[in-house]
Write a protein that binds this ligand. Structure first.
Ligand code: SAM
Length: 482
């Protein structure tokens, strides 16, 4: 139909505003044509000869159901099992460990918000079952009724399950022709509900008390205003210490101070801050008894001819303030302070490196790479700048370069537990488990000896690092013995 061949400017704006108000979605010029095609498809299905008539239908009585159909078409439902596998490793590792400590014996509650056709929610359920958690409730929610229908059916093609290891496919799915049907064990812990994350009033009570929340690759399509609103809601729904997983290109940077960033195996997530006890004076390095996993390395970590680590260099007041903010868990605050202080001249390599680390943690690789280069040009012997190079290379899958950069960092600063931990991680990924074990073990020894902290170690609290090293060490040992 000719009148559906192009959007008049005011028609485009009317659709854009309707979808923003109905679901918080943003449509910029790059998605204008996709929006027109979806609107055209629905207008034709309704027998409407123009966008104007179809818009009247959407706004008219009974428009709700049609708005839902249009939303089903314009939302992007790309997903698959174990997308970003490092998140599921973190879930089954340190996250579960912490959550269990605080959950006591009660069921663990996980919410997959924007679960699309269900792969994410089932991957969560599967990871928890495999980790021996049977008392759990995983709720997948989405705006799209069509997607939820597919999720409840739970029948998937080869492409969707391509990252599911064979033994797990056999255990949790039934083979139906060339498809995979979710089996009863997994269905019992996962259920699905319709939920528009933007709709007011938000049913906070229904979702309050969550231990873990996945909302990945959803807020990337939201307007900034909707993102702010939903992040506040997530903070209300998560228990203190609860964990939020976002997609790799999503960040809470400058959005919320309710969360602190954490990293595991190269994947990042956010932890809902706990209220800080008033009289607390934190021990400098040692892992707390409650955080430490039950087993400890039996092998005495080897002695290292350690040179005394240099103290944190006297720095611009900008760096001091940023480190203070980081110690308080305020990464966005630290970032803003550093960005402001770098406007001036002569800041030195260290603030550049800390800012690069913050950018990288927030998924902003390009500015991180640029700052690392600048730091190395200023001070080619800055250990943390080499560590940053290693992290960037690891993210890009350049494992050999990554190892070399971490080794350079360790040559310059053998007492860097952070560099040892990351080097261990790359060795582990490359299947060099003995070497990995040695690095984790040495990192643990350094942390327990209270090795002098570099500025970057402020960004990665010693307790968390100690905990991560212990788990990684255990995992390597188990894998090697298996
Ligand atoms: C790209 S998928 C993400 C699927 C999965 N989380 C993943 O990362 O693989 C985005 C999902 O967000 C849903 N979505 C978009 N806006 C929403 C809203 N306002 N409320 C709830 N879900 C929404 C879409 O329907 C879609 O299924």
């Amino acid at each position: 139909m000719k009148s559906l061949a192009a959007f008049a400017e005011e028609e485009y704006e009317a659709f854009r505003d309707l979808l923003r108000d109905a679901a918080g979605l943003k449509f910029d010029e790059s998605r204008r044509e996709a929006l027109r095609l979806a609107a055209r498809t629905r207008a034709l299905a309704c027998g409407d000869e123009s966008f104007r008539v179809y818009l009247e239908r959407l706004h008219g009585e009974g428009g709700e159901a049609e708005r839902q159909r249009l939303l089903d078409l314009v939302t992007i439902q790309e997903t698959y099992f174990f997308r970003n596998p490092e998140h599921f490793q973190a879930l089954a590792g340190p996250v579960l460990h912490e959550v269990r400590l605080h959950a006591g014996g009660r069921p663990i509650r996980v919410w997959s918000a924007g679960c699309a056709t269900g792969e994410e929610a089932y991957s969560i359920g599967l990871s928890l079952l495999e980790a021996g958690v049977h008392s759990t409730e995983v709720v997948g929610t989405d705006l799209s009724e069509a997607a939820l229908g597919a999720a409840r059916t739970g029948r998937y093609g080869q492409r969707a399950v391509r990252q599911v290891p064979r033994p797990l496919l056999d255990r949790y799915f039934e083979r139906v022709d060339d498809q995979f049907l979710v089996g009863e064990t997994l269905r019992q812990v996962v259920r699905f509900e319709h939920l528009n994350l933007i709709r007011e009033p938000f049913p906070t009570v229904r979702f309050a008390g969550c231990d873990v929340l996945f909302c990945r690759n959803v807020i990337i399509y939201f307007t900034p205003e909707s993102v702010r609103r939903i992040v506040r809601t997530f903070a209300e729904c998560l228990l203190p210490g609860g964990v939020l997983f976002l997609g790799p290109s999503e960040t809470l940077w400058q959005l919320s101070t309710d969360f602190e960033l954490a990293e595991w195996g190269g994947g990042f997530y956010y932890r809902r801050r706990r209220p800080v006890p008033v009289r607390e004076a934190r021990p400098p390095v040692r892992a707390t008894a409650s955080l430490a996993p039950p087993r400890s390395p039996s092998r005495r970590p080897r002695r290292h001819p350690r040179r005394v680590a240099p103290p944190i260099p006297p720095a611009s007041s900008g760096l001091d303030k940023a480190l203070e903010a980081l110690r308080a868990g305020d990464a966005p605050g630290a970032t803003a302070i550093l960005e402001a202080s770098l406007d001036g001249q002569g800041a030195g390599a260290v603030p550049l490196v800390v800012l690069a680390y913050l950018y990288l943690s927030g998924g902003r690789r390009e500015p991180a790479v640029d700052l690392t280069r600048r730091a190395l040009a200023l001070d080619p012997l800055c250990p943390d700048a080499h560590l940053l190079e290693g992290l960037v290379a690891r993210e890009e899958g350049r494992h050999e370069e990554s190892q070399a950069a971490f080794r350079r960092a360790l040559y310059l600063e053998p007492a860097s537990a952070l560099a040892r931990y990351h080097l261990g991680q790359v060795y582990a990924v490359c299947g060099q488990r003995r070497k990995a074990e040695r690095e984790f073990s040495e990192a643990i020894r350094l942390l327990e000896a209270g090795a002098a902290a570099s500025p970057l170690s402020v960004a990665y609290p010693a307790e968390a690092l100690h905990h991560a090293c212990r788990l990684a060490w255990d995992k390597c040992r188990e894998a090697r013995r298996a």
